[in-house]
Structure formats: structure tokens, C-alpha cells
Write a protein that binds this ligand. Structure first.
Ligand code: FES
Ligand SMILES: [Fe+2]
Length: 367
């Protein structure tokens, strides 16, 4: 670790009570060295949501995803085993598979045509005779740990310290009665935001502090006075009792007794309303840009009225996202101002945000 990076990391105190705490300093949101460390110690050291199980249900089905600059391929091999491989050709590091998803019988790199089987073993190396000390059997695509929970497939680089079940335990236990695995996928939306991925998480984790100001529509459906955050192990959940919205569209698609906003360290958020769930996966595309995938799941997807409900529900989520995106990009610009380094937390609202910053510091320093 360079002395510069050490100084930047040391400039956050994770041991203070919330009343005295400050946020992580602004450099953590744009410094390339911090980003490089996050790639190694956070994204390569946690279970990461990669795709949906139904996308890789049958032999040969695959999905590709870039997790913080790490190209990854999830696929089901001929024997029916679910696998995750580094999607980086052993020859010159081209991406072996470029399509986002599909089905194939072998993996063929489009650059010079090397082929691998569905388990990642290197098979074909055209015009490579005479190369010495080259052992095909040592040149397979390196594997990652992979596991599923409910509709989700997660991958994990390195050696997992805990199983996926252990990693998700608080979330799994507390949502068991909601039968999330019975919900049906209904669509995805993708956003590119000009902010560090942590700005998006911070915005998610402010305990409803910005709901009235930034989301006037949504605010009408939540009982803000009862909104609370619970820290649950390495995750957190924000719980908002619902009330009847004066806006008929929002009232219809955001109903039930409570909304639950789960944050799964470090970059996955799961929003639960009656009869629906949407996941927000935020992935960095560099120090000051990120991509967010919203996946929508519903209890009932068939029939005209359900389709209308789904379309309205996704439209409300999109509107809320547009409102969030505006402030996130503004915050990223502000973080680079010479006038700002770190801020304070609302004791009443922002325990979740400080919890996130403490977790980050722990992972960056110790892992
Ligand atoms: S980089 Fe894949 S075959 Fe050359
Ligand atoms: Fe928001």
C-alpha cells in the first residue's frame, strides 16, 4: 500500500459514536487508488449478485457480467453443474464471451479462436505447435465460487470466508415469511450514473432523510414519522410503514402495511413492497461512474390487469430513480470541491449511512 493510500484510509475514524462521527473523506469517492483497493478488498471479497437462476437453468446457458472491472461468465455445463469462470482468455486476455446472455456448446474466443469447454478447460489452440513449456491443462479459465439463493445466482472471487447462506443469513431469516422465491421476474432497467458507486449507496442509506425533499410523490405513500433503520449484522434494513397516497397511481403500486429497504453489503439493495420486489445492484465502472441494474419481480405476472400494475410500478420506480440520479450526480461534483472534505450524520436518520462507512473501512483495512 502506498503512503498516499495509507494516509487517505487513516483519515476516517470508524470508532466514534454516531453523535461524533464524520463521513468518509471525499477522496474515497474519486481517488483511483481507493478504487483499485475496493476492487480487490471489497468486490473480490464479497458474494456478488451475478444473474438470475432461470437465465442459466439449462446446459450451455450463460450470462456475462462485469463486476468492478472483472469480466465474469456464469454458465451451466453439459453435466448440469452451475459454474462461474473468469471471462478472460488465457492467450491475450480478450473477453472469451462477449454476448450478455445466451446458449452455447463451447466457449470460443473471437480474437484468435482458442476454445474452452463448458467447464473452462482449454481445448483448441490453433497454430500453437512448438510452443515450449506450455501445458494446456494448466491454461483453463480460472473458476470462482458460485451458489444460488431463491431466484439469484451469486459469485465470489477468492476463497469464501463464509457460505452464501451465511452471508445472506439476516436477510433470508427476516424475509422467510414473504416467500420471495415465489415471485416472478418481470423486467430490468439499467442506468449509468456519473457518480461513485458509494454515492448511490449513501443516498439509499440515509434513513428516508431525502424522501420528502427529493421524492414528493413517494413521500405521500410512506409514514415518514415512523420510518426507521435497523442494523442487522453486516446488512441493514429500513422499514417504512405505508399510508394511503393521494396519488392514485402511486397508491395502487406502493401499498401494503410496510415497505422494507434491505441493503446487503456492499452493493445490493432489495426493496420489498406488497406483492413485489425490486433489486438495485450498483456496480462501479471506474472511480466516478457506476451502473445500476433494477430487476423487478412480482407475485402475479399474467393477465391484463397484472401487466398494467407491473408497468405502472416500474414507471414509479423509474421516476424515483430519475430523482435520485439527479442528486447523486450533483453530490459527486460537490465531493470534488476544495471546500468540502467530509460531513456529519443525522443521529435520528443516518445510522445506516455510518454503518456502511464503517463496513467499508473494515474491509479496506483488514481484508
Ligand atoms: S486472446 Fe483469445 S485466442 Fe487470443
Ligand atoms: Fe431516493
Amino acid at each position: 500500500m502506498t503512503s498516499h493510500l495509507q494516509r487517505v484510509l487513516d483519515s476516517f475514524n470508524a470508532d466514534l459514536p454516531l453523535e461524533r462521527a464524520r463521513t468518509i473523506p471525499s477522496a474515497w469517492y474519486f481517488d483511483p487508488e481507493v478504487y483499485a483497493l475496493e476492487r480487490r478488498r471489497i468486490f473480490a471479497n464479497t458474494w456478488q449478485l451475478a444473474c438470475r437462476a432461470e437465465q442459466v437453468a439449462g446446459p450451455g446457458q450463460f450470462v456475462t457480467i462485469d463486476i468492478a472491472g472483472e469480466p465474469i461468465l456464469v454458465l451451466r455445463d453439459d453435466q448440469g453443474t452451475l459454474r462461474a469462470l473468469h471471462n478472460v482468455c488465457r492467450h491475450r486476455a480478450a473477453q472469451v464471451i462477449n454476448e450478455p446472455e445466451g446458449k452455447l456448446t463451447k466457449l470460443r474466443c473471437r480474437y484468435h479462436g482458442w476454445t474452452y469447454d463448458l467447464t473452462g478447460r482449454l481445448r483448441g489452440t490453433p497454430e500453437f505447435e512448438g510452443v515450449q513449456e506450455f501445458h494446456k491443462e494448466e491454461q483453463g479459465l480460472p473458476a470462482l465460487a458460485v451458489d444460488t439463493w431463491g431466484p439469484f445466482v451469486f459469485v465470489r472471487q477468492g476463497t469464501p470466508r463464509e457460505s452464501l447462506g451465511e452471508y445472506l443469513a439476516p436477510f433470508i431469516e427476516r424475509t422467510r415469511s414473504m416467500a420471495l422465491e415465489k415471485l416472478h421476474f418481470a423486467g430490468r432497467k439499467e442506468y449509468v450514473i456519473d457518480c461513485n458507486w458509494k454515492v448511490f449507496v449513501d443516498n439509499y442509506q440515509d434513513g428516508g432523510y431525502h424522501v420528502n425533499t427529493v421524492h414528493p410523490g413517494l413521500a405521500g405513500a410512506l409514514d415518514y414519522s415512523q420510518y426507521r433503520t435497523e442494523i442487522v449484522g453486516i446488512h441493514s434494513v429500513q422499514i417504512a410503514p405505508m399510508k394511503t397516497s393521494s396519488d392514485p397511481t402511486i397508491g395502487k403500486v406502493r401499498s401494503g402495511s410496510h415497505a422494507y429497504y434491505w441493503w446487503i453489503f456492499p452493493n445490493l439493495m432489495v426493496n420489498l413492497y406488497q406483492g413485489m420486489m425490486d433489486t438495485n445492484l450498483v456496480l462501479p465502472v471506474g472511480p466516478d461512474r457506476c451502473k445500476v441494474f433494477f430487476d423487478f419481480y412480482f407475485a402475479d405476472v399474467d393477465g391484463e390487469s397484472n401487466r398494467k400494475f407491473i408497468a405502472d410500478s416500474i414507471a414509479v420506480a423509474h421516476q424515483v430513480q430519475m430523482e435520485d440520479q439527479g442528486v447523486c450526480e450533483e453530490v459527486q461534483r460537490g465531493l470534488k470541491s476544495h471546500s468540502y472534505d467530509s460531513g456529519r450524520f443525522s443521529v435520528k436518520r443516518e445510522a445506516g449511512g455510518y454503518h456502511f462507512h464503517r463496513m467499508l473501512a473494515r474491509w479496506l483495512r483488514e481484508r
